[in-house]
Design a protein around this ligand. Structure first.
Ligand SMILES: Nc1ncnc2c1ncn2[C@@H]1O[C@H](COP(=O)(O)OP(=O)(O)OP(=O)(O)O)[C@@H](O)[C@H]1O
Length: 614
């Protein structure tokens, strides 16, 4: 958001944007709004009626009673009935107004949160990587709630509008000079609100943005608690957090300073207006130009209009805050880059075939391409190892294969069709990617591996067996129903990785992609897993790995350097013909031999595999 947008909201003034937000809420829930308006009108009408009844009581009951030495029974009884009926109708209007406006408020808030969640889940991974998680959490909670904050005040503001219309009309009909005081009051409230919005708007906008920053810092500190503690960074993190808190405090205090002038002025205006009415009224009664009842009538109107008038001021004061929060929500709702989908459905079962043809990809904002002219073919039922130095683009290629992003150039086809031609979710039906970082939900083992699909226990145990996870799950206190804690904290890294593989296997993909997904598993268990995968077959497999023991199990190796596929073939032939591959594969071995001064051994020998298998 630019500074200008911060001031003007990009589409007219912040106040105008706030009004448009209210209009959007009304369009979304017209029935609730109409009911709340009816309740407000009833409440406003009965409030004006009570002012009229009070003025009437002074002239028709109190003054005659004072003059004649006692109240007229019939008049008094009539007055009591009238006031009771007015009070009951007022309560009815109040309840209808508050209840329906509350329903309206919470419905639009929930609808916006649902839209945001949908956007979050549909926006591409690159967008998520650019936006801190804490900031997104702040948007779905604080920003949404602040966007609709004015709806809390809508019921009283609605009544206020009715009361003002009726009240000012009533005042005009009662006494024109006294009514002028009411008009001046309303004009002053409106004027002060506009001045407030002009000065407070940018400050409030800044505070709202800093709230998002604080949320991002908090999320990072809490999420990275392990790193913070392990590296003794507690004091540094505390300072970073305190600085963010201080920035927010300064912004809030600056906005609060203006509000602290605004609120008392808005509070004082109705009182000054009432005093003015009493002063002018006393002069007019003594000169015989007005009746005492008229003065009481107008003074009472000003007193009862004070709160609604204030609520109009409050709601106007809320608009800059709401509009600023909405700008943060809009940045998500209007974010582009969402992937497009076609009509193709995934093939049912069987090995998948995948080809990448001259694929190029540059991360948004990056200067150089991460993938260049990548060509790759995964033939049905084959196991292919994707190998390359750190940062050469293996995970990026995996994310394109899993359609977490689209290539800038070239195409990737699955079973002969461009990935982009598949319907939403169809690629994930056919390709299961197990990423480098394992994520487990705070759920049971069963919930984590089956996710939302109904899966029999027999199928779960079969997948657990293939991923060499059955024995440790059997040892858990409640077996499949054991809770694994937040992010699977009660399990070891290797156990978490195995559950992630089970999760992929249960989906019976045509292509399984393991992106360094066995790095925390010891080589013997890893060999058993890959052996099990080959035996149970049913899927083409792509394994991103650095381990020779794993590579040796593959039918074919694809070797990448700096975003390009440099060589493809069997492990032995690549060792012989590709210098870069040989360098990478023999690195551990050479290092050990250089240290011990031994003669280089055959890099393909079992002894070598054991060493480089870590
Ligand atoms: N979200 C991102 N935004 C910008 N650049 C990125 C992003 N993710 C990765 N990169 C860059 O793209 C390049 C390739 O990264 P990638 O993770 O694909 O490498 P890799 O071969 O999988 O590495 P490793 O073996 O260490 O996992 C790196 O230079 C990295 O800095």
């Amino acid at each position: 958001m630019t500074a200008a947008e911060g001031r003007t909201g990009g589409h007219g003034s912040l106040a105008w944007q706030g009004i448009r937000l209210l209009a959007a809420a009304v369009r979304a829930e017209p029935a609730c709004f109409a009911g709340a308006v009816a309740g407000s009108a009833l409440y406003a009408g009965m409030t004006i009626a009570s002012a009229w009844a009070l003025g009437n009581a002074v002239d028709e009951v109190l003054l005659p009673a004072a003059r004649d030495g006692g109240p007229a029974g019939a008049a008094l009884a009539g007055l009591c009935w009238l006031l009771t009926a007015i009070a009951l109708l007022k309560v009815l209007g109040f309840v209808a107004r508050e209840y329906l406006a509350g329903v309206l408020h919470f419905r639009v808030e929930a609808a916006m949160q649902r839209r945001l969640i949908r956007r979050y889940s549909h926006l591409p991974l690159a967008w998520h990587q650019r936006n801190p998680a804490g900031d997104l959490l702040s948007t779905i909670n604080a920003d949404v709630s602040t966007t609709w904050q004015a709806l809390y005040l809508l019921p009283s503001a609605l009544s206020a509008v009715f009361m003002l219309a009726l009240g000012l009309g009533d005042m005009l009909a009662t006494d024109v000079s006294l009514a002028v005081v009411g008009f001046v009051l309303f004009a002053l409230v409106l004027g002060f609100s506009l001045v407030y919005e002009r000065y407070a708007g940018p400050l409030v906008a800044r505070a709202q943005h800093l709230r998002g920053d604080l949320s991002a810092v908090t999320h990072e500190s809490v999420d990275g608690a392990l790193v913070v503690k392990a590296l003794g960074r507690e004091d540094h993190e505390t300072r970073r957090f305190a600085e963010s808190v201080d920035r927010l405090r300064h912004a809030n205090v600056a906005a609060g300073r203006i509000r602290s002038l605004y609120d008392p002025v808005m509070e004082a205006l109705p009182n000054i207006a009432m005093l003015t009415v009493l002063l002018i009224g006393a002069v007019r009664v003594s000169s015989g130009d007005a009746r005492a009842g008229d003065v009481v009538h107008v003074a009472y109107l000003i007193a009862v209009l004070a709160f609604p008038v204030l609520s109009i001021g409050w709601i106007l004061g809320e608009f800059p805050v709401n509009a600023t929060a909405y700008q943060r929500v809009r940045r998500v709702l209007e974010a582009d880059g969402e992937l497009t989908y076609g009509p193709e459905q995934a093939h049912d079962g069987g090995h998948a075939t995948l080809t990448a043809d001259r694929v190029g990809y540059t991360y948004p904002g990056a200067d150089t391409a991460t993938l260049r002219d990548v060509a790759l073919t995964l033939r049905p039922g084959r196991t292919v190892a994707l190998v390359g130095p750190t940062g050469c683009g293996k995970s990026t290629l995996v994310s394109l294969i899993g359609r977490l992003a689209d290539p800038d150039h070239g195409t990737i086809t699955l079973d002969g069709q461009d990935l982009r031609s598949y319907a939403r979710g169809a690629v994930a039906e056919r390709i299961s990617v197990v990423p480098q970082q394992t994520f487990l939900f705070k759920d049971t083992v069963r919930g984590n591996v089956a996710l939302d699909r109904p899966t029999s226990d027999a199928d779960i145990w079969a997948a657990l067996h293939t991923a060499q996870a059955d024995s440790f799950v059997r040892d858990l206190p409640d077996g499949l129903d054991s809770a694994v804690g937040e992010r699977g904290t009660t399990l070891s890294g290797g156990q978490r990785q195995r559950l992630a593989i089970v999760r992929a296997l249960i989906r019976r993909p045509g292509l399984l992609v393991l992106d360094d997904a066995t790095s925390a598993i010891d080589p013997r268990v890893e060999a058993a897993i890959l052996g099990g995968l080959a035996e149970s077959a049913g899927m083409t497999t792509l394994v991103v790995t650095h381990r020779v023991a794993t590579i040796a199990l593959a039918d074919e190796v694809v070797y990448m350097e700096e975003g390009r596929v440099v060589a493809t073939g069997e492990h032995e032939s690549l060792l012989r013909d590709c210098a870069g591959y040989r360098e990478l594969i023999t690195a551990y071995q050479r290092d050990r031999e250089e240290r011990s001064g031994a003669t280089p051994s055959n890099p393909a020998s079992p002894e070598f595999e054991e060493v480089s298998g870590r």
